[in-house]
Write a protein that binds this ligand. Structure first.
Ligand SMILES: *Cc1c(COP(=O)(O)O)cnc(C)c1O
Length: 387
């Protein structure tokens, strides 16, 4: 296996899910988001661990993601959070992937397909747009839309949901926005009930709201990023602790490589494409076989992301290439060829920063960093801290 790899700490994943569970009442269902290959961590392995920890639902984004889980023997209900193309409806039905619907035209595709396949009571969840501006019917249309869906052959309304836009912010106006979204959703659910239709499982909480708004849990929560060990923006560990909520999330991914060469350069030597960095002293440079094609993005260099080798941080020098980059060791002579070079991850595995730290430095979010670790990087699944 190549030196550049993503260690996936399934014991940390288990820890995180159990920690989240302890913040959620036992009668509230857990829908664990494993979309986008479990935020880059490997969907099948993460889904298995989530199921072992009692996940009631798993959330995917696409039909193909759902099929991958079904083919791996995952039996729990799968919720598909994005809309699929008409030609994917056949497989969504065949593989029992529960879609979010919000109009009779789209829901009708599933109804027709169920009739073709002889499926009865195919569950769909009604999405209500309470302020995200993405998918969902308007709250005032919920009852009518639910009635339209309930009237379709072979389809049952299994649940209702909405999605928060700013639940990860602590700004007063953002907190009010979330409160308003929640109220609109509750009223929409009530209107469906009033129309004589069972709304099914009602859910609205992403990671941030799962931790920060326990009064909004309803029947199910849908955590994603916290499952993988990163706090949701301003809903930080410190903020939660101040609120009396103790939670210890651990990063599930360690992104590591190895020093594949150590080179000595004279002052004046240039490093990398564009000759953007020139040594101002005699120095040593380590070459690491990872690049932007692996998710080691070019702006890591300009943002000042450092790489740890043997417990010390070293700066990236020059531009990150497609498949390699260089760090400056200076006059450190301890570092040798084949030493581990850790970009981010679990501190027990030599990381001095997490994907969240890298995200903050580079002006993005942890989600984008872990999803950006490309297919070329093998995932190594570890079940205990043995090394
Ligand atoms: C991705 C997603 C989630 C999980 O979001 P996190 O911020 O990772 O917790 C929940 N619900 C919907 C609809 C989503 O798209």
């Amino acid at each position: 296996m190549r030196a550049t790899r993503a260690l996936i700490h399934l014991d940390n994943l288990r820890n995180n899910i159990l920690q989240i569970k302890s913040c959620v009442a036992s009668d509230v269902k857990m829908c664990i988001a494993v979309k986008a290959d479990a935020y880059g961590h490997g969907a099948v392995e993460c889904a298995r661990t989530a199921c072992e920890c009692g996940a009631d639902f798993l959330a995917v984004a696409t039909v193909d993601e759902g099929i991958e889980l079904r083919n791996a023997g995952i039996k729990v209900p799968l919720l598909m959070l994005s809309l699929c193309a008409p030609e994917e409806v056949k497989n969504a039905v065949a593989y029992d992937i529960t879609p979010l619907v919000f109009d009779a035209e789209y829901a009708g595709l599933f109804s027709k397909e169920c009739t073709l396949q002889g499926k009865k009571d195919f569950s769909v969840h009604l999405a209500v747009d309470t302020g995200m501006g993405r998918i969902g019917c308007l709250p005032c249309e919920a009852a009518q839309t639910a009635a339209g869906i309930a009237a379709l052959d072979n389809i049952v309304l299994g649940g209702m949901c909405t999605h928060f836009a700013v639940s990860d912010s602590l700004k007063a106006s953002d907190c009010e926005y979330t409160e308003r979204q929640f109220k609109l959703f509750k009223d929409a659910v009530e209107s469906v009930r009033k129309a004589g239709i069972d709304p099914g499982i009602c859910h609205c909480c992403n990671s941030a709201a799962t931790l920060n708004n326990p009064e909004m849990h309803l029947d199910m929560v849908r955590p994603g990023i916290i499952v993988y060990g990163y706090y949701a923006d301003e809903i930080s560990k410190e903020f939660l602790e101040a609120k009396g909520i103790r939670i210890d999330l651990r990063p599930v991914m360690t992104f590591e490589s190895e020093v594949c060469a150590v080179r000595s350069f004279r002052a004046g030597a240039s490093i990398g494409y564009g000759c953007t960095w020139t040594a101002d002293r005699d120095t040593r440079i380590a070459v690491i076989p990872a690049g932007y094609a692996d998710g080691m993005l070019r702006n890591f260099s300009t943002a000042g992301v450092k790489v740890s080798v043997n417990g010390k941080n070293y700066p990236i020098r020059g531009r990150i290439c497609m498949d390699q980059f260089m760090i400056e060791l200076g006059n450190d002579t301890e570092t040798c060829r084949w030493d581990k070079a850790v970009i981010f991850g679990d501190k027990d595995f030599g990381a001095l920063q997490t994907a969240d730290d890298v995200a903050r430095l580079t002006g993005t979010i942890s989600y984008e960093i872990t999803c950006g670790i490309s297919k070329r990087v093998p995932r190594v699944f570890l079940t205990s801290h043995t090394r």
